[in-house]
Design a protein around this ligand. Sequence first.
Ligand SMILES: [Zn+2]
Length: 295
Amino acid sequence: MNKNLTISGYSTALFSTWFFVEELGLLFDAGDGVSAGLIGKAGKVKHVFISHADRDHLTGLLQFNQLNGMRQPKIYYPKDCGSFPHLAEFTEKFDPHLPKQSIWVPLQEHDKVQIHSGAVVQILPNNHVVTPEKTKSFSFLVQKVKRKLKQEYKGWSTDQIVRLRQEKGADFLTEEIRENILGYSGDTAMDDPKKWENTQVLIHESTFIDEKHQLNSKSKHSLLEDVLEMAAQINLKALILSHFSVRYSSEKIDSTIQALSQKYNLSTPVYRILPGEQVWDILAQDPVYPGKIST
Ligand SMILES: [Zn+2]
């Protein structure tokens, strides 16, 4: 695939999840071991988006803040999760010698966060934690924002364009285009597949392989088969599966991904993070399922 993003991470249900996107200076979740995993790269993180308040997604923050708080990264969290302000206060008291600290930013669903001039993160609700009137868990969609010449000026000469730009300004000639470059599901059971339509790279959780384990679980997580079925219905360039339960062996995970991807005739290459494994530059690895050229 045309690889633009260097995505590295660790993701094992119940223990720890984090994903680092180097080009965007972005961290999705900050589970245990994130600083030890990132080592020298940790300083490149400018924006940390925490999907929800479960321990396996945030316990790495204490170490991360001690090592990187001086650079004042922003830590975004669901506003309705009351535990984050406690964590912010505790961190500040635990490390009072640090003259600068991370900046904590509460978010609500449908907020848009500009992470740099050309990229915006959209905050999408999901169904992992459902509480009346409150949203305590999020998915994230990163969009690249560009401006492109409006269709009606396509045939114009350079002279005409320059003159019009002088008269009306550059924005008059162009329109904003948003490209969905990266999606991160956070922890969630499957919800509306349309939210990931035309996303170049989707990181989606797939905690369970066996439906009876999913039904027995108190919290809401996705079934691998549902994720692959969804991926077959929408346009993606790459799918990264994550957050598998440790009850499944690596062989079981890989063979099930391959069998189900074939069953749904999936055209998207599928990558995965196996339980207990940290992977650097996931998209540079061989996919576990190569995808098909659609006819
Ligand atoms: Zn989790």
